[in-house]
Design a protein around this ligand. Structure first.
Ligand SMILES: Cc1ncc(COP(=O)(O)O)c(C=O)c1O
Length: 337
């Protein structure tokens, strides 16, 4: 069990515990015990991994007297959608900084699809930046917060970092690690594998397993960027979490970053990748999203086909949600049906 730590308070928006289920077809094929942690079932419109992080981040925003929350992501960001929909019933105005090729709304699909439709439904205030401008996202969001507070007397704008990936947000997956440990009983998983886009989920899992004294290795499959980038992010979040909350200090051996499965690039899929998504839906009854979970489970299957011992004997794949990202890809998906 976890040692005493300086655990921050949180909301309870995520439905938990989520089920831990066997994947019999893939387990038989791959020669390991493969389980899936159904974090796609943390809710409906608030589903996926982001809502566990937002339980902490939005509690903190409210405690700081926020009237607005500002966050950022790609044009189809699951994190932005979850933030927008979670913010409204808490009385917070969501402001989203979205990355589009031209840095304008002109690149959005018309009519809006997937997460964009839900952002609009929530009445989120949308701002756009180019990919170049997005590199400076923290400064962009800080400037926006200052502008909002200047223009609306009494406004207090709290910035939530990309993907909710901070030491505070990582607590959502410290909790999830603890939750899994209670579900798998006496035999801990050797590996827990998750899609990695901004690093907070991976950092939280690694911190959680270490805090619980478990030998389980958290492994993140990069769906953008590379191993060096995510190692640096997890190290930084780990160091901040250690300093702020007394979570254990992370070593490089406590987590793994799996490179080589980004494919054509972030949010881009090949017909072969989409055929994998189709086969998992048909064979395992699991609907993956093309941007994150499909690439991550495909990495697990590809690595285990090459070497069934690569991830240990008992392997958990975390389904982190993202279903709304399926719909903007409908045309490409239809070609493999
Ligand atoms: C569906 C889904 N899975 C996985 C991730 C990756 O999580 P993280 O950003 O914590 O690395 C994200 C967000 O980036 C996501 O939306």
């Amino acid at each position: 069990m976890m040692a005493a730590m300086n655990r921050p308070d949180r909301l309870a928006l995520a439905a938990r515990p989520t089920p831990l289920q066997p994947l019999p077809r893939l387990s038989a094929e791959l020669g390991v015990e493969l389980l899936v942690k159904r974090d796609d079932l943390t809710g409906s419109h608030l589903s996926g991994n982001k809502i566990r992080k937002l339980d902490y981040l939005l509690h903190d925003a409210l405690a700081r007297g926020a009237t607005h929350v500002i966050t950022c992501g790609g044009a189809q960001s699951n994190h932005c959608r979850a933030t927008a929909l979670a913010a409204r019933p808490l009385g917070l105005v969501p402001v989203l900084v979205l990355r589009t090729p031209s840095g304008t709304a002109a690149d959005l699909s018309s009519p809006p699809a997937g997460n964009q439709l839900l952002d609009r439904l929530a009445g989120a205030e949308l701002r756009f930046v180019t990919p170049d401008g997005y590199r400076d996202r923290e400064r962009v969001m800080a400037a926006l917060a200052a502008e909002l507070e200047r223009d609306a007397p009494g406004a207090r704008a709290v910035v939530i970092p990309e993907g909710g990936s901070s030491a505070l947000g990582a607590w959502g997956y410290v909790d999830a690690a603890h939750e899994m440990a209670a579900q798998w009983g006496d035999e801990p998983a050797d590996s827990v594998v998750v899609a990695t886009g901004s690093g907070g989920t991976l950092a939280g899992l690694a911190l959680g397993f270490k805090a619980a004294g478990l030998p389980t290795i958290a492994r993140g499959v990069a769906v953008c960027d590379d191993e060096a980038t995510f190692r640096a992010i997890v190290r930084r979040i780990g160091a901040e979490a250690h300093a702020a909350y007394g979570l254990p200090a992370l070593d490089d051996a406590d987590f793994d970053v799996i490179d080589g499965f980004v494919g054509r690039g972030y949010a881009l899929s090949t017909p072969e990748e989409l055929a994998f998504l189709r086969d998992v839906a048909r064979g395992d009854g699991l609907v993956l999203d093309p941007v994150y979970t499909n690439k991550a489970l495909r990495a697990v299957v590809t690595l285990l086909r090459a070497d069934p011992t690569r991830l240990g004997r008992r392997v958990v794949f975390v389904h982190t949600g993202g279903i709304f990202g399926l719909f903007p890809d409908a045309e490409a998906l239809a070609a493999v049906l």
